[in-house]
Design a protein around this ligand. Sequence first.
Ligand code: FRU
Length: 486
Amino acid sequence: MDFTKVKENEKKSVLEKKEIVEKDFWRQKYHIQGIVGLINDPNGFSQFKGKYHMFYQWNPLGTNHKNKTWAHSVSSDLLHWERMETALRPDTWYSKDGVYSGSAIVDDEKLYLFYTGNVKDSEGNRESYQCLAVSSDGENFERWEPSIVNQPDGYTRHIRDPKIWKKDGKFYAVIGIQSENLEGKAVLYSSENIKDWKFEGEIAGANHGKIKDFGFMWECPDYFQLKDEKTGKIKDLLVFSPQGLEPEGDLYNNKYQTGYLFGKLDYEKPEFEILSAFVEIDRGHDFYAPQSMEDDKGRRIVVGWMGVPEDEDFPTVKNEWIHCLTLPRELKVRDGKLYQEPISEMISIRGEKIEFEDFVKGEKEIGKGKTYELIAKFSDISSDFGLKLRVGRDSETVVKFDFKDKKLVLNRSCGAQSDKSVRKVFLGDIKDLELRIFVDNSSIEIFVNNGEEVFSSRIFPLENADKIIVFAENETKVKLEKWEWK
Ligand code: FRU
């Protein structure tokens, strides 16, 4: 196999397309995006020698799901990212059809990447290799021959996306997999030396334990613990992206989903004993394959792909790029419930501020902006109310509380995107509502009541759409603070 051209083709593609990409007014200001081409899952999210490292699935050659590499960016504050040389390319026999997703761990002053090598044979059959790469400087990676070749008995070759951690001197990884009867599952592996891995068993899955039919593949599993801030109890979480769920009312409306289970990991059995229902982690149109890490401040930070597989009809494709990652969020548990909060660093990019406080009935324009943070508090609620953002000719994104249905509704149908569907979440009887919203050039992220619910969606407003409008059917008390991003 001749891999000499892989790097060359990447560099050539970047050179050819960069200029057209950079002219696009939908390019994001504070979100990780590819310099050209397509990006998807965050990978290898870690902290090494004082810097945050983010790797991510990247096709440098086009806006489709091919030629996957691991792009690499580093940051000191999780908001300003410096792009590094591509960390892993499909230039080995065991990753020739894509360096697929995986995770990172820092051990013994080295940064290890644990990822899936994707290979298609001459008949188009898949082979999957779980492989390691190691770096002492956080920039150059030495690749090792595969550690896990294909799958354990009873499963198909859909095995990928290892998420690694260390406990009591031993390494563990949870990996997404498909059983021979085509059900999505999560399996546990262990290793004493990080190189040789042992199959421990299936810890969760569709038609396993309490879970019935639940998809044909579970991608990108993540396992971690959080301490409940109220009760002090340690909670285990399993986050994963099942494929094959059917929509149920407001639930599972994206092509594929991501959610979590509370439970308890029993390493001996091994089994993830489930203690909750599956909850979708994000209510927006574009969220998938998140990955978390614990930083040196003890925070569990998560970043998702702001996109979903097989949803590629985006207006940026004509400008040679597609997709981005979400803003980083901190995960917390309070009284048995998961909250997602914007990281505290978000306030460091606050620039010029406008404020508004009054009773509103009808519509009121309170200012303008394209990339900003907005905190809106509504009280004395007795009717529909909300915000219209990035408003202009043929553009608006509407965040509305539907008083009768008691639901928060995100409607981004008025813009350049082809998908016109809305997303909703039931909030129940509320007396007041707080929304913390981050608007970038082509995305919106809405944190509801301190992160009880989050919506992440790409939006494609036309170029000069920048009005911020607050509205209410009956007189409603509104307090707004808005900071333009520096
Ligand atoms: C999830 C996913 C992973 C895979 C990667 C390939 O979006 O399909 O399962 O490793 O993307 O890019």
